[in-house]
Design a protein around this ligand. Structure first.
Ligand code: SAM
Length: 255
């Protein structure tokens, strides 16, 4: 049982203190980039689950448990970028869940998984996370796992999360991060065009900074790997959009 909720203010890592260096993207949907992302995931869908290595599968399960522990038994949950439905085994039985994805083919697989697992409390919808078709303050919790490396305009979509969350709600993210280590950064920058092509994932996104830029208030950041490349982030809806990262976080690693 991980008790991050109860931990006090801990040391802020260098990465968390630095000013976000990524330029603020245009705050409009780029239809071409969105169509490319959709086509890419439609293409990857049939092999998406096979692309996981055994190690990934083991780690992913451990991380998913942390995500869904944080979600608890919220009443109304929105999952962004549901993909093939890998989070479905963890869906709370008494919640009303809405899960969206840009890719129809990913959704076909998610529907099959829901059927196999006999999950009745999920509504699977084709939708762009950059423009959610829900009224303000519709959900208690929004969940996204490994999504903000692929959404074309992450800030726009994170703003949408801020809009659809109820004031007492929270967003729970499990995301890849740009590493702190300068050497690793160089490697990630070099590899990024390849990872985007193969898996649709940008491995050099400043997701923590993007979450703050979107106005969400980060409450918890937990390093899940020693390098800090994968993090669990919990954020509350907020009003203030910030360019600078300023929060205290729990940077303890879990192995
Ligand atoms: C790396 S996959 C992660 C899937 C799943 N969350 C998981 O953990 O296995 C990213 C998913 O985000 C979806 N996605 C990317 N951009 C999106 C957008 N603008 N709106 C909705 N879904 C999007 C992709 O279609 C893909 O299914």
């Amino acid at each position: 049982m991980y008790v991050w909720k109860d931990r006090g203010k801990l040391k802020v890592s260098t990465m968390d203190k630095i000013r976000a260096s990524e330029p603020v993207p245009e705050q409009t949907i780029d239809p071409e980039a969105t169509a490319i992302t959709k086509a890419r995931y439609d293409r990857i869908a049939p092999v998406y689950d096979l692309m996981e290595t055994f190690e990934e599968r083991l780690l992913f399960r451990k991380w998913q448990e942390l995500v869904w522990e944080a979600v608890d038994s919220a009443k109304e949950i929105l999952e962004i970028g549901v993909g093939t439905g890998k989070n479905m085994p963890y869906y709370p039985k008494d919640s009303k869940i809405t899960a969206i994805d840009l890719s129809d083919r990913m959704l076909v697989l998610a529907r099959k998984r829901a059927e196999v697992l006999n999950i009745k409390n999920v509504d699977l919808l084709q939708m762009d996370a950059q423009s959610l078709e829900f009224p303000d303050e519709s959900f208690d919790v929004v969940v996204a796992t490994f999504v903000y490396c692929s959404v074309p305009n992450p800030v726009l979509s994170l703003r949408e999360i801020n809009r659809v969350l109820r004031p007492a709600g929270k967003a729970v993210f499990l995301e890849h991060m740009y590493p702190e280590n300068p050497f690793l950064r160089l490697i990630f920058d070099l590899l990024n065009p390849l990872t985007v092509r193969i898996r649709g994932a940008n491995i050099n996104r400043r997701t923590l900074a993007n979450i703050q830029k979107a106005g969400l208030e980060i409450r918890v950041v937990k390093n899940l790997t020693s390098s800090g490349i994968v993090r669990l982030i919990i954020a509350k809806p907020g009003k203030e959009e910030r360019d600078e990262l300023n929060f205290d976080c729990n940077t303890q690693s879990i192995h």
